[in-house]
Design a protein around this ligand. Structure first.
Ligand code: NAG
Ligand code: NAG
Ligand code: NAG
Length: 185
């Protein structure tokens, strides 16, 4: 199942999306583009930079649940969202991207992700999960083949990996959407 490897890679890659410069000028000027809102928005820049910097640092690490680095990222996400909410400078789509990225961080602190990491290592015999064999797009693991993923997770990692399973699948799908949009997909 090489696709499982790929989707974990994608999860890391999506983070680099936030290295791209934030578009500074809106196409149509509104009061939200004025100097007051711009000054408020600028205060979020260091948080955004720190988020990007730390995300990249964590992207390829296999972190355990409650790793302090994940917990502190969660706090950083909260601060970043609060900061972005303090001004109308940031459009809904930019805020949404940050929400998805932060969900991507939060999901790393779950048994769902722990299970995905376990499967990724290649130490588990997955040959009996023939329902996964026809996968040509990793996103299917969380959409049309979600039922198969569920069986696999239950048997490989136990019931706890199925906590909020549907919600976690939706988050994975959104992360793939973000990756596609960023041109990495
Ligand atoms: C993150 O920031 C630190 C210090 O500010 C720097 O040394 C490091 O290279 C940065 N890492 C990335 C991935 O940008
Ligand atoms: C992680 O921390 C939370 C909150 O302190 C705790 O309820 C949970 O049991 C911890 N989980 C693990 C696996 O350590
Ligand atoms: C930001 O605003 C949205 C509504 O626009 C709200 O749902 C969300 O909870 C707010 N987040 C923070 C961290 O303030």
């Amino acid at each position: 199942m090489p696709n499982v490897l790929f989707q974990t890679f994608i999860l890391s890659v999506f983070l680099t999306y936030f290295c791209l410069p934030v578009p500074l000028k809106a196409t149509t000027l509104t009061s939200c583009d004025g100097p007051i809102e711009e000054a408020k928005a600028e205060k979020c820049d260091p948080l955004m930079r720190e988020f990007t910097n730390r995300s990249i640092g964590l992207a390829f690490l296999d972190l355990k649940i409650n790793d302090t680095r994940l917990l502190s990222m969660r706090e950083l996400c909260k601060d970043l969202k609060t900061c972005m909410n303090s001004t109308c400078y940031y459009g809904e789509s930019r805020k949404k991207e940050v929400r998805i990225a932060c969900d991507g961080i939060a999901i790393r602190n779950t048994y769902f992700m722990e299970c995905l990491n376990k499967i990724k290592t290649g130490t588990v015999d997955l040959s009996k999960y023939t329902c996964m064999d026809s996968l040509d797009k990793p996103v299917q693991m969380y959409t049309t083949k979600k039922w198969c993923t569920k069986i696999m997770f239950r048997e490989v990692c136990g019931e706890k990996s199925l906590n909020n399973f549907d919600r976690h699948c939706r988050i994975m799908v959104r992360i793939f959407g973000l990756v596609d949009k960023a041109g990495f997909g």
